[in-house]
Design a protein. Structure first.
Length: 163
């Protein structure tokens, strides 16, 4: 895994958030905490990162998002609507300007919703609007997918923040 590449993206994100005076909260899914870890690799991350968590179980989802189960009715994991709901909820619950969420199926085992291995959706909800970016690697390589999913989410956030 090339953590240096993640750090480079995180530095770009940090510069843009600091210039705008904005903060982000992160809901890592199949990325397992790599999105938040990448942002935390930037010195002074408290300037732009409020916090977040790894959403890898229904219990974690309930605690981090504090949404009723009905809010998810008709949604499947690793989908745009599911990831956007999470991005909005993490933003609101952590009092951040931006919510960044990733929902995916890293592979190596069956996804509870039946999502194919290698599918990830990065979602952002913030003052600049709402964005999603789908990635399909068509791979069952869990580690490679986690890396690709993290890169996809960080690039989506960097791009949403503009130059």
């Amino acid at each position: 895994m090339n953590f240096l590449a993640f750090h480079h993206l995180a530095v770009q994100i940090a510069e843009r958030l600091r210039a705008r005076g904005e903060k982000v909260a992160v809901a890592d899914g199949a990325t397992g905490g790599l999105i938040a870890a990448s942002l935390l690799s930037v010195p002074g991350a408290l300037d732009f990162l409020v916090g977040g968590g790894v959403v890898y179980s229904l219990r974690a989802r309930d605690v981090l998002f504090a949404l009723p189960r009905e809010a998810y009715r008709g949604m499947r994991g690793a989908s745009e609507d599911y990831a956007l709901l999470q991005a909005r909820a993490i933003r609101d619950n952590f009092g951040a300007d931006w919510g960044l969420a990733e929902s995916g199926s890293a592979g190596g085992s069956a996804h509870p919703s039946g999502a194919p291995a290698g599918r990830s959706v990065a979602a952002l909800a913030g003052p600049g609007g709402e964005y999603t970016r789908l990635l399909e690697t068509a791979s069952d390589d869990r580690i490679a997918n986690m890396e690709a999913f993290t890169r996809n989410a960080l690039e989506a956030f960097r791009d949403a923040l503009g130059a």
